[in-house]
Design a protein around this ligand. Structure first.
Ligand code: MN
Ligand code: MN
Length: 310
């Protein structure tokens, strides 16, 4: 019996990670429609955020099952490649493929594999292109979640990570899904960005990734909201929650970008023994920096931190 292929995205899953895992597993299953066993299975490495829950409910798509340890399993990674952002046991899994749109870092395999990586707005965009290339039909629900992933990662096609190709893909997906890009995108962002009932610790954790900048271990979180004032009003509590988290997880730099969905500006707050790295990268003093026009962690926050560490 062939082993099931487990398809999953990064820890602290976002909409692109979850939708890509589902759509890519669908694609692989369709490609291997002749086999009796289910070929691929989507998984997730953590609890879905509010936006992702809303998206899955909106399109009537089931949440993938949680997977904790992937030691010895056949896997494909979507929406990430850095082992420190991946599943427990990833070093001892059999990685069959990677589909991603991030930098390559800290990833090593002992066998050849398929890699589809592009500097494009979302992993969902790459998956759309794979469907196209295979002349495979995308059903309405799959189009709906892929569109959601693309609009989520690009903040409705406004982030600097958005390419012309993303815009064309969004139009095709919106057509299949039967929605208007702007109306649907705004509805999704509003539904997903409610911070009601979240503690400072939750806010730092909702979209947090681990990075190594030279020898400095850092956790970089990002929160999107239409109303930054109530978040910034809790700055002291946020910094304290961030400090606790990095202390408990062996890191020395905690970063949180609070991104305003209305203006597409961010405010960054920082804590830890290595705040000097962030201060150098973004040229500020103290624990807070205004970052006009900054919305993308992967293209506007991580690269300056990486350069500052060199
Ligand atoms: Mn992601
Ligand atoms: Mn992504």
């Amino acid at each position: 019996m062939p082993k099931t292929l487990h398809v999953f995205g990064h820890q602290n899953p976002d909409t692109d990670t979850i939708a890509s895992a589902i759509a890519w597993a669908n694609y692989l299953n369709e490609l291997h429609a002749g086999s009796k066993e289910k070929f691929a299975q989507p998984n997730r490495l953590g609890e879905p955020n509010r936006e992702t829950q809303w998206v899955l409910e909106r399109w009537g798509v089931e949440l993938p099952a949680l997977i904790e340890d992937v030691t010895g399993l056949d896997v494909e990674l979507v929406d990430h490649n850095e082992f420190i952002q991946s599943a427990k046991g990833i070093e001892n899994a059999n990685i069959k493929g990677i589909i991603d749109h991030h930098r390559i870092a800290g990833c090593q395999t002992d066998k050849p594999l398929y890699i589809n990586m592009e500097p494009i707005g979302s992993t969902a965009s790459i998956i759309y292109k794979k469907y196209e290339q295979a002349h495979m039909t995308i059903d309405r629900a799959t189009a709906g979640i892929l569109l959601s992933a693309l609009l989520s990662d690009t903040l409705v096609l406004t982030s600097p990570t958005t390419t012309d190709e993303d815009k064309t893909i969004a139009e095709s997906l919106a057509h299949i899904a039967g929605v208007d890009i702007q109306t649907y995108g705004k509805e999704m962002l509003v539904a997903g960005s409610s911070l009601e009932g979240y503690t400072p610790s939750d806010i730092y954790g909702m979209d947090r990734k681990k990075f190594e900048f030279g020898k400095i271990i850092s956790y970089v979180g990002q929160v999107f909201t239409f109303d930054t004032a109530p978040v910034l009003a809790q700055k002291a509590e946020l910094l304290s929650a961030m400090q606790d988290y990095i202390d408990q997880n062996g890191a020395t730099l905690g970063v949180l970008a609070i991104t305003d969905l209305e203006t597409n500006n961010s405010t960054m707050i920082v804590t830890g023994a290595d705040v000097a790295l962030a201060q150098k990268a973004f040229n500020f003093t103290g624990d807070e920096a205004d970052l006009p026009g900054v919305v993308s962690r992967k293209s506007q926050i991580v690269p300056p931190l990486t350069s500052a560490a060199q």
